[in-house]
Design a protein around this ligand. Structure first.
Ligand SMILES: C[S@@+](CC[C@H](N)C(=O)[O-])C[C@H]1O[C@@H](n2cnc3c(N)ncnc32)[C@H](O)[C@@H]1O
Length: 289
């Protein structure tokens, strides 16, 4: 992964583009997602604008790779809502950590009143920046600051402060789809750095996989094999039972821990959508104490 843009980030963008193409029963609208796609993915996302084609495509993906698409869709909507709540409660900075092709900086209402920092591995960020320059007018991206950082090798705090991140400001951090690609020391160091860098009451929203998936004691179907083939194997997970104590030891209080399956029950089921999101893929929110 180190020398090329993240393949899994592009896959998530494909899932968001397919969701956006659904029309009336979509759970978010991410018009930029298709702009981040290359080659075959872009062709698929364009074809999906014809609704029956899009629905068939999603069903095909879900049969072939059960879990990732609806899990990404449900987590995206849940995190959109959590970021919206944090902004409504006074967050003045947004940190998208491992931002990939997340387009929240350009699509969430009111987010442009905050300073948005997109931190990501340099290889993915370089591609994202180029694509955003071609798709978003300069006045719509003035609030966005890019921070290239390899969380396995560099200090996040130094990189953020050098980019103008204000220490101890009320902040909402989104760390979506990333912890599972890191190491325990990198996750530990990142949590401690975020706790010391942001104001009390700031929110850290993060996703994780149940660590029993990593040793095979919890079945995750062919999803782990698919990310391995993409060159981005899962290397880290949390135990949901010990997560509250783990974050408490790092100065955070766990306020939410929800499976993407439960997020799908909340957002997809009321629209008559029965799509199988994973119980082992989870969204958490912690508050800085
Ligand atoms: C599955 S993508 C998720 C992207 C985005 N957060 C989203 O949900 O759309 C994983 C992201 O983690 C980032 N990542 C993986 N390892 C990293 C590292 N060592 N340092 C910084 N970012 C990393 C990748 O660059 C990629 O953007």
């Amino acid at each position: 992964m180190q020398n090329r843009a993240s393949r899994t980030a592009e896959q998530v963008a494909l899932f968001r583009a397919l969701e956006t193409a659904r029309g009336h029963d979509r759970v978010f609208d991410d018009p930029l997602a298709v702009r981040f796609l290359h080659g075959g993915y872009r062709v698929l996302a364009r074809a999906a604008r014809v609704r029956p084609v899009g629905l068939r495509l999603s069903r095909f993906i879900d049969r072939r790779w059960p879990g990732p698409r609806p899990s990404a869709v449900a987590r995206t909507r849940l995190i959109d809502d959590l970021v919206g709540e944090a902004l409504a409660h006074g967050a003045r900075q947004v940190l998208l950590l491992g931002a990939g092709y997340d387009s929240r900086a350009y699509r969430l209402p009111g987010i442009d009143r905050a300073a948005v920092f997109e931190a990501d591995h340099p290889a993915t960020q370089a591609v994202k920046r180029r694509l955003v320059r071609g798709a978003v007018r300069p006045e719509r991206r003035r609030h966005v600051h890019y921070v290239p950082v390899d969380l396995l090798r560099e200090d996040l705090g130094d990189a953020l402060l050098a980019a103008g991140f204000a220490a101890l400001e009320p902040t909402v951090v989104v760390w979506e789809g990333v912890t599972n690609y890191l190491s325990e020391p990198a996750v530990d160091a990142t949590l401690r750095r975020l706790a010391s860098l942001t104001a009390t009451g700031s929110s850290l929203i993060f996703t994780y996989v149940d660590r029993r998936v990593l040793d095979g004691s919890l079945d995750a179907g062919n999803w782990p094999a698919a990310v391995r083939r993409a060159g981005e194997p899962w290397t880290f997970g949390f135990d949901p039972a010990t997560l509250p104590a783990y974050v408490a030891a790092r100065g955070l209080r766990l306020a939410l821990d929800m499976s993407t399956r439960d997020a799908a029950v909340r957002y997809l089921e009321p629209l008559g959508r029965d799509e199988n999101a994973a119980t082992f893929y989870r969204v958490a929110r912690a508050e800085i104490q």
